[in-house]
Design a binder for this molecule. Structure first.
Ligand code: PMP
Length: 361
């Protein structure tokens, strides 16, 4: 069998590892921060009706500007945003890729603050840019001075901030985002994939958009919206950002079926988001109960919890897998990450962890 080294692949891709969160068929899949609640059946029926209409005209290319979808997304976001401020793609991963194609590329630098979303460096490498990193403050926070110092040291073309941060759950202040913006002439990208799980008193970076044409805030329908399988991510920014992305996106990148499904789902926003408070409740329960089992959870503003105090993360991961629970080893020593799902999933996870004994042995 041939190996990658037999191929004339780009030199800068040699030796890299692809994204590889395990996809296993387990009863309790708590590893990729999905909304584990199914889409309500009444909403599903409406989506199917919309899809049926879209199929009847699928002989034609879809609306290249996905106008109706951008309109729905702008309505959902509020903050005075219109469809001109919004752009969408097949998951926020593709949003990031388009952004990097337009503003990164070979010879350019992207600054990130690990531990952070594992795809940020992977997509950066995919477009031939260099991923440069800076350390966080205590408890994975990033204060304004830390961000500014890192920008002054690395002079990046793009600054990637993840708020709340995956895999730690850490929130990010508007002061840090604004300070980062003022410290660079490059793009400041705020990945708000988990925004709907933030505390009500945590303002979104959307509030910083007016007057900041280099600020980009991305969201996704994959998490709170229970739509991970459909692949819809989007951004809000000054309309000129969409002009830049039009130069690199593939024509008709959002299929007519994706557009129809997303517009139909957005028409049912209250039902689609009905479980968010419940998930927040489960997250807070995990954070409250883990210390009783001898673990140290970090504060989380997202739908997952990172916890420390695991003697051997791989062994605990495997022991939970034997009980049909899949969680995530994110490569942080003595730590594991678990997604907050339904009450029953939380109960089974916590009970199983308790059975493993202190340290998860
Ligand atoms: N950003 C963050 C921080 C994420 O955790 C994820 C998914 N794990 C994504 C973006 C990508 O999500 P999607 O492509 O499904 O929108």
């Amino acid at each position: 069998m041939a190996s990658l080294s037999d191929l004339p692949i780009r030199d800068d891709l040699r030796g890299l590892t692809p994204y590889g969160a395990p996809q296993k068929h387990v009863r309790y899949a708590l590893n990729v921060n999905e909304n584990t609640h199914p889409i309500p059946e009444a909403v599903a029926r409406d989506i199917v009706t919309s899809l049926a209409h879209a199929v009847l005209t699928a002989n034609r290319y879809p609306d290249r500007e996905f106008t109706a979808l951008r309109e729905s997304l702008a309505d959902y976001l509020g903050h005075g945003l219109t469809r001109e401020h919004v752009w969408a793609a097949n998951g926020s991963n593709e949003i990031i890729q388009q952004l990097l194609q337009a503003f990164g590329g070979p010879g350019r630098r992207v600054l990130g603050f690990p531990p952070t979303y594992s795809m940020h460096p992977i997509i950066t490498a995919g477009v031939g840019s260099t991923w440069v990193t800076a350390e966080r403050d205590a408890d994975f926070e990033i204060g304004p001075e830390t961000a500014v110092r890192a920008i002054e040291r690395h002079t990046p073309d793009l600054v990637f901030l993840c708020a709340p941060n995956n895999p730690t759950g850490t929130g990010l202040s508007l002061e840090t985002i604004a300070a980062a913006y003022d410290a660079t002439d490059g793009i400041v990208f705020v990945d708000e994939a988990y925004a709907e799980f933030m505390p009500k008193d945590r303002p979104t970076a959307l509030t910083l958009l007016p007057g900041r044409e280099r600020l980009v805030v991305s969201r996704t329908m994959s998490k709170a919206f229970a739509f991970a399988g459909v692949r819809v991510g989007y951004l809000a920014a000054d309309p000129v950002i969409a002009d830049a992305l039009r130069l690199v996106r593939l024509p008709y990148h959002l299929s007519a079926l994706t557009q129809a499904a997303a517009v139909a789902a957005l028409a049912h926003t209250p039902e689609m988001l009905a479980m968010v408070d419940d998930i927040i409740g489960q997250r807070d329960r995990i954070i409250a109960e883990l210390p009783e089992l001898g673990y140290r959870p970090w504060a989380s503003e997202a739908n997952f919890v990172l916890f420390d105090g695991v003697d051997d993360p791989q062994a605990t991961f495997n022991a939970l897998l034997e009980r049909d629970i899949l969680i995530r080893d994110v490569g942080i020593s003595n730590a594991l990450r678990v997604t907050a799902g339904t009450a029953a999933e939380t109960e089974f996870f916590l009970r199983s962890l308790a059975e493993l004994g202190p340290g998860g042995a």
